[in-house]
Design a binder for this molecule. Sequence first.
Ligand SMILES: [Zn+2]
Length: 473
Amino acid sequence: MTTASSQDLTFSRHLFDTYDTYRDTALTHRRFKQADILPLIDKLKTDSRFDITKVGESVEKRPIQMIKVGNGPRKVLLWSQMHGDEPSATMAIFDIFNLLRADGEFEEFKTKLLAETTLYFVPMLNPDGAERYQRRNALDIDLNRDALRLQSPESVILKGLQQSLKPEVGFNLHDQSTRYSVGHTPKQATISFLATAYDEARNINPVRERSMQLIVGMNRVLQQFIPGGVGRYSDEFEPRAFGDNIQKWGTTLILIESGGYPNDPEKQFIRKLNYVSILTALQAIATDSYKTESRSEYNTIPENERYLFDVLIRKAQIMRGGKPVTVDIGINRYEVNVGNAATFGYRSSIDDFGDLSTFFGIEEIDATGLTVSPGQIHPDTLRSLADLKKYQLDSLVQKGVTTFRLAAPSRATTHLAPVHLLQPTTSAARPIQTGRIPTFVLRRGNQLRYVFVNGFWLDVSNNANKLGTGVVE
Ligand SMILES: [Zn+2]
């Protein structure tokens, strides 16, 4: 190990250990809106080290602001949340501002950083998408496929900044599916990196080589905190995407994708990893230390693969035409925005069925010797969702009651209790198969073992559970 890299490890460990001092406590979950970050940007206006500029407006006239800090010759442009439902790095950017503003710690680092670099941050490039917690902007355009046509004002802003500032390095900050695996392993790709290609042939010029070198350093740092949890995103050239074009336009481009981590649904640990890895990379830029990294190490990071389900039930028996069939059941839980997208529920789906022995589950259930059958429907019909309050739902679920029938149609698609609600016209007698919501029970003989409601489960034998929100179908 070289001296430079052991310094990186010490520095990043220090950032990790002191993170709580700098974490912005105004941001606690993923579905914040622009209105939540505007006061945080306003706070920076009182600090003369920060320059705030309005660089344009979104389709719906939300101001898009750039925060500049530092006076050094190396320009770095960092933008987050061009996809409105990908906010992990936005949170980390505000944590970074807190570190830069605070006194007392990391002084040597900050002095060097602000003398050697000028940092331009554009947090939440797609505020209209964030308002709805959706990928696309208010024109229903994916900004990351709009780098050539520039039909969205947000795309015009980003290209304009790259062209006018001509930054040496750019950070393109996203979230990816929580179900990406690191190679063909059960490990979630918690962070993935990409040194974006700038042409179909995926050539490596000095601009792209520097992306690889910076990623090699960030990967080494992250392995301390998430061993085996870093993936490499596919470098297939996408001619319409910003990362690919910005690399082509001469800015060394780093794509960071925040994936999943066990029991971190609001991605607060992943936010911390963003904070640590971005700051480590900024230090490497300020000191040029990354220039000694070997780009070949970049290729040793395993590629992202799709070998994960949220839940994988292995070797269950299911009756088909009077005969038992052995199947694995691959279940995914999908978030559904509720109300103004400030909260969410889940609607889960049986996404695969059959021999899934080459796959893994983030949660796995060995169902050897267990038989799948429908859960019980409660004999009462509910006049409304509020009627659920009258029941001891925990004890009903323990007895294998999974479902209630509604007397009148409900507009809700999810709800908080672990119960599957059937609209008046929805048939209950449908086979358990792909595309269906995973609500069923698993028995050994006559003995109830697992109760599944909307892809969440209870192990009746020991009360272990991953019970979540219910669904209305
Ligand atoms: Zn994205």
